[in-house]
Write a protein that binds this ligand. Structure first.
Ligand code: ADP
Length: 471
């Protein structure tokens, strides 16, 4: 089980981030060490070389001041004090023949570099060599230099101390590297987990939501811009989905409610007629009532389909050059008898012609719905005014009435499907007129806004784009 958990962990982002972090950290550390190691090697070597060069100038002065015997004594003493297996000195003639030397018991196999001698004869001041001498575990640094007329000194120094220093440096590095690897892995894991904490919270919220709690939201903390942005975007998306789901739920409730009443009525009429009806006339009345209720239902379903079509943009608008003034005049004429019956004045203030591009039938329906409402929700003696104006860019159609008005609480909802204000429930209507009018305006690239003062009247303003003015 532990193994399978570990294998699953292998595929997680946190694990990969940790690996990357540890790898980058280790490589950087290794590169820094390599650079430091290289620098240190060259510093140690140049130190050794400098020491050897200093010795040449020291022995050269000794030779010129005190002669070869004094030099020999000095060389022998120096080799003994340093360690005869660590250093040796040989004074050579120009042809390589040995003149004097220190104790060479440990250095019997060390030859004399012919090329080095040649280079000295050709004018070089000194020549360095690094050799592996048989019987010596460590390398030897050898310096050839001129110390007097036709006299060359060969100084050999074992690099044992230098190599030991570098060896212990490598050992320290190995241990440090192991510690660094473990720590970088731990730090990497901690950082990756911290960075992914926000993502995990989004995942947890998504899982909670899929199990039914649509109200859950990802907490937005200051965890770094990207994660907070993700959380905010995710929350916005959830708000939208929540609003849509609530809207759909409300709509289904409304549809169910609005379908229930006519169907119950149809059933009631049929039941009563079956139970009590005896004559043909009673059956005819029942059939007529049924047809009326069915028409009502069909009208409602058709309006809903029209709204959905217009909102989804699937309804192809029959765009043409139309005269808005004419549409308004026609609709007013159509509603004139109803307004007269109610004792309401309809006033239209429209130019002789007002052309724009649009779908004539749909725009007629939009104006009719607004005018129908204005008349329906205005008491006898009131006035409904409809006007058309605007400019090159947009057409503005206003429908104002002196009716019952809409409360502040209802105003934001009146364009929702099936929404009816309490005060209008006694009047006929299904709550779809304004939704359809708005869907039509929006399908044309326009909009409708409403303002109202309860008890004083309402004002609906339609704006439609008017990109190509008519001639
Ligand atoms: P309805 O079929 O109920 O008229 P609408 O979608 O056309 O449906 O209107 C939604 C609600 O907005 C109406 O029920 C009414 O309460 C309110 N309303 C619409 N127009 C007006 C208006 N001109 N004056 C007062 N209230 C209005």
């Amino acid at each position: 089980m532990y193994l399978s958990r570990l294998l699953r962990l292998r595929h997680t982002l946190a694990f990969r981030l940790t690996l990357w972090y540890a790898a980058i950290f280790t490589i950087s550390f290794f590169a820094a060490f390599a650079m430091f190691y290289f620098l240190m090697t060259s510093v140690v070597q140049s130190h050794t070389d400098q020491d050897l060069l200093n010795e040449i100038s020291e022995y050269s002065s000794l030779l010129s001041l005190k002669g070869i015997d004094a030099l020999e004594t000095a060389l022998v003493l120096e080799a003994e004090s340093e360690g005869v297996d660590k250093v040796f000195f040989r004074v050579l003639a120009q042809n390589g023949e040995e003149i004097v030397s220190s104790n060479m018991s440990s250095w019997a196999d060390t030859g004399i570099g012919k090329t080095a001698l040649k280079r000295l004869t050709n004018g070089a001041n000194h020549v360095f060599e690094t050799l592996t001498v048989p019987g010596h575990r460590h390398k030897v640094r050898i310096l050839y230099g001129i110390i007097g007329p036709r006299k060359i000194i060969q100084i050999g120094q074992s690099l044992k101390d230098n190599e030991r220093l570098m060896e212990s440096f490598r050992e320290i590095f190995g241990t440090t590297m192991a510690i660094v690897l473990v720590f970088s892995g731990l730090i990497g894991w901690f950082m990756a987990r911290r960075a992914l904490l926000g993502v995990e919270e989004v995942t947890r919220t998504a899982m909670d939501i899929s199990s039914g709690t649509l109200e859950r939201r990802v907490p937005v903390k200051a965890r770094g811009k990207e994660i907070d942005k993700l959380a905010t975007t995710f929350n916005n998306m959830l708000d939208r989905i929540h609003a849509l789901v609530t809207g759909m739920r409300e709509m289904t409730d409304n549809i169910a409610h609005d379908l229930k009443s006519p169907i119950t009525r149809i059933r009631g009429v049929a039941e009563v007629t079956l139970a009590t009806g005896k004559s043909m006339d009673e059956y005819k009345t029942m059939a007529a009532d049924t047809i009326e209720e069915c028409d009502h239902l069909l009208q409602m379903i058709k309006t809903m389909m029209d709204i959905s079509e217009a909102e989804a943009g699937t309804a192809k608008l029959a765009m043409d050059k139309i005269d808005m003034s004419m549409i308004v005049r026609d609709v007013c004429e159509l509603f004139q008898p109803i307004a007269e019956d109610k004792g309401i004045d309809i006033i239209h203030k429209v130019p002789i012609t007002y052309c724009l591009y649009g779908d004539m039938q749909r725009l007629q329906r939009m104006v009719a719905n607004l005018l129908d409402n204005a008349i329906k929700y205005t008491q006898s003696g009131g006035t409904v005014t409809i006007s058309v104006n605007g400019d090159e860019g947009k057409a503005v159609i206003s429908v104002n009435d002196t009716g019952i008005g809409i409360s502040e609480h209802d105003l934001p909802h009146i364009f929702n499907r099936f929404y009816r204000c309490d005060q209008s429930r006694s009047l006929p209507g299904i709550g779809l007129g304004l939704s359809l009018a708005l869907a039509i305006a929006r399908a044309h690239g326009g909009n409708i806004t409403a303002t109202s003062r309860p008890g004083k009247g309402s004002s609906f303003t339609v704006t439609l784009p008017r990109s190509s003015p008519c001639q």
